[in-house]
Structure formats: C-alpha cells, structure tokens
Write a protein that binds this ligand. Sequence first.
Ligand code: BMA
Length: 333
Amino acid sequence: MDKQLQISGEPLPNMPWEERPAGSTAVMWRYSANPVIPGDLLPTSNSIFNSAVVPFGDGFAGVFRCDDTNRRMRLHAGFSKDGLRWDIDPRPLAFECEDREIGEWVYGYDPRVCRIGERYYVTWCNGYHGPTIGVAWTEDFRTFHQLENAFLPYNRNGVMFPRKINGRFAMLSRPSDTGHTAFGDIFYSESPDLEFWGRHRHVMSPAPFEVSAWQCLKIGAGPVPIETSEGWLLIYHGVLRSCNGYVYAFGSALLDLEEPWKVTARSGPYLISPRELYERAGDVPNVTFPCAALHDPQTGRIAVYYGCADTVTGLAFGHIPEIIAFTKENSIV
Ligand code: BMA
C-alpha cells in the first residue's frame, strides 16, 4: 500500500474480505458467494437490497431495505458477527418521533447509516407527500429517534459525511421528482443542528453520454464518503437509459476535504456494472446500487454492499489506494 496515502477511520481487521481472483485485473471484484444476502432471508421478504451496514460492537449492524410480500418498502434492523451472515429482525423498524406528522410511516427505502461520535445516523428515502430524505439516529440499532425530514420533497439518496465540515453536519442528496426520475445531479448541504439544512452547493451533474455513458442520465451518492489525504472518496451510482430501460452502475469520485462540492477527480469507466445473472435478472433488471462500505484504514481494504436487480444484496471488494489511483488516472473532470 502507498505509504503516503492517509485513510481515516477505525481499524477493521475483521471486515469481510476476499483477495482479487487470480488472473483478474479488475479494480473491484465480486464476493465469490454473492449474493451475500438473499431476497427471502425473512419469511415475509420479497427482496432485500440497497441496504446499509456499519461496524458495531465486535461485529456489524445494519439497516436493510426489505420489500415485503405485499411489496411494501420497509426498513429492518439487523446484526452480524462477520458481515456475511445476517440476523435481520423480521419486524419492520419503528421510529420514535416527537412530531406525529413526521413520524407517520408511509414508506422508506435505500437507507444509509453514518457514525458520528457515539451516534449512528440513518438517512433514507422517506415517503412524505412524495419521496424526501428522512433522518434518524440510534445508539443501539434497537431504538431509533426520528428527526425532521432534511428537505422538501422530492429528494433521494441522502448521504451524510462522517464528521462535521466547517463546524456543521454535511449531507449529499439528489433532488428528484415523484416517479422514476429521468434526471438528477448531486448537491451538498450543511446543517448546524440536523434540523435546518442550507448552504446548498452543486456537486456534480450526469456526464455527457459520449464521455461516460453509464452515468449520463442521473447520478446519486452511494456509501458514506471515506476521508483520505487525497480528498473524500465517494462511490456513487450512475444511470444509462437503454432502449430496454435503465442500467445502474457505480464509479468513484474525489471531493475536496473542506469544500466537498468541489470534485477533483471522477472516474470515466465504472467500477461495477451489471454483469452477473443476479445483477441482470430480478425484479428490476440491470441494477447495481451501492449504499454502504466497510473499510480498514491500515490495509486499505474496502467492501461495498450493493443492491442487485432490486432483489438481493451483493458484496464487492477493492483496495482504496488502487481505487483512488484509478479515479485520478481515468478522471473526466
Ligand atoms: C431508483 C431507486 C432505487 C432502485 C433503482 C432501480 O430510483 O428507487 O431504490 O434500486 O431505482 O429500480
């Protein structure tokens, strides 16, 4: 590993890991036992995908998108010793909220979880007169305290940064519309108190299709950004519109540490795009949608959890220094 590169975060020697397969030159490679979480893990789950995991205690915890057999979009909490075999609570997660109007559950999907201090902040796509960004915190993954929605509808892909920036909480999001939004740029916002969000800044737009077609229709932040001496490493999804529908792939970008709306590098080629059968076939074909990453600063290892075809959850591995080098060498900025 490049000795110059500094990567923030707690040591995580027990994170899930597999070496790059012999003969492969891929920057990221898939877990050989994918899908790591099957869609029918719960008796009532139709699909489990686009989910968020974090280190917790001597293992891992997470908030999972479980669509049930009524095809309702629900969030469930879960725990794991190894990050591979998950014990997901069959009961949907219930938020405690002081304001009944905000706390009334309509639907929720695509959670992210971000640790700041002793609290784990959950952001998700929350139904409130259309999709917007719900915010809650927990310390134990058993009791969840819901706060105000961060933005007006319509918005998706709210992802917090793991520390305050310029003294304020910070979040990426993607303003959108009521449906299967056919556009979308990533924006940055700050909050002094997790209630009032402002100082909105534009981060990046879809790429021109002739430059990088996998991200030419819309883009959205994926896992919580990872702080490095080269900037914030952001894994994000991008969408291509084909004659048969949308194709979701993911790539990487580097954002300025103190002004994260400034993009210093952005990958033209994708890291992962639907290739395996479980990514190409499912309730929504051709989707790889990352929502979480575990990393170990000492080895530079990263494991990305991503939804596959809106049906199951996959895991992909890589080395952060290699992903950063790939992002810079293939940058379209
Ligand atoms: C997006 C979100 C994701 C989903 C993707 C593909 O708009 O709804 O939850 O994975 O579409 O269907």
